[in-house]
Write a protein that binds this ligand. Sequence first.
Ligand code: NAI
Length: 254
Amino acid sequence: GLRCLVTGAASGIGDAVARALIADGAEVVSLDRNKPTADVASHIEIDLADPAAIDAAVAEAGSGWDVLANVAGVPGNAPSETVFRVNFLGLRHLTESLFERMNPGGSIVNVASIAGFGWPQRLETVRDLLTTETFDEGLAWFREHRPEGNAYNFSKEAVVVYTMAMGGAVREMNELRINAVMPGPVETPILADFEESMGKQTLDGVRAFLGRHATAADIAPAVEFLASRSSGWINGVAFPADGGITGAVMAGLV
Ligand code: NAI
């Protein structure tokens, strides 16, 4: 079975991803600030807002990993800097710290969001962010250039563009693949926070259009597919797992 690291495995989508991988015979190690309830092989405490804590967790995790599923995230009603630290800077720092500790042919899967859908309008800004190389440089960039609007959306745009850009760097990253899933609204503990930060009306509108919100179990198979060897030639892609809302928007229907 695959040897998998899953961040955010203590709740919601990460919990569903961990359970799906375990059911498929994978060895799953949880990386979260909280203890998971899924039957993981082991749990490593991590604070993705803190690069030193990430380094300590990476040292504890060792090497020989096939999959890194970056699922952990915080919603937009948390302080902007925390959102940016956890959702982008911590994700990038963890990912890059693991390049040499993962097995060639392995897969990195990032859970972004359809909230990152606006990346083409902010590509220049995100590319400028991506010229920073470390967590601290990225943080200094954020403090100086703080983009307009919700830090959550920007953090997810950064994850999407980072994913696409790194797909083209496969030779420099130990032959690993990297892809992202962009969920629409999912019934997890943070959905109530999204109502606060994005507006209940927007979320109700999406639910009315699709008939329901997703469950975490709706999202896990997309992550699992990108983690598996069967998606071996899919690289640098960010695709929606949103019941159809992005497609409808792109086709000009809503
Ligand atoms: P959740 O709140 O159920 O789970 C988030 C997990 O991340 C928790 O286990 C939490 O302990 C962990 N976490 C948060 N901050 C951390 C930190 N500093 N260090 C280590 N672990 C930390 O939320 P959910 O819904 O499962 O979210 C998972 C991912 O899916 C997030 O990246 C979120 O942005 C994304 N997403 C969620 C959507 C939704 O509607 N629920 C929609 C689109 C994307």
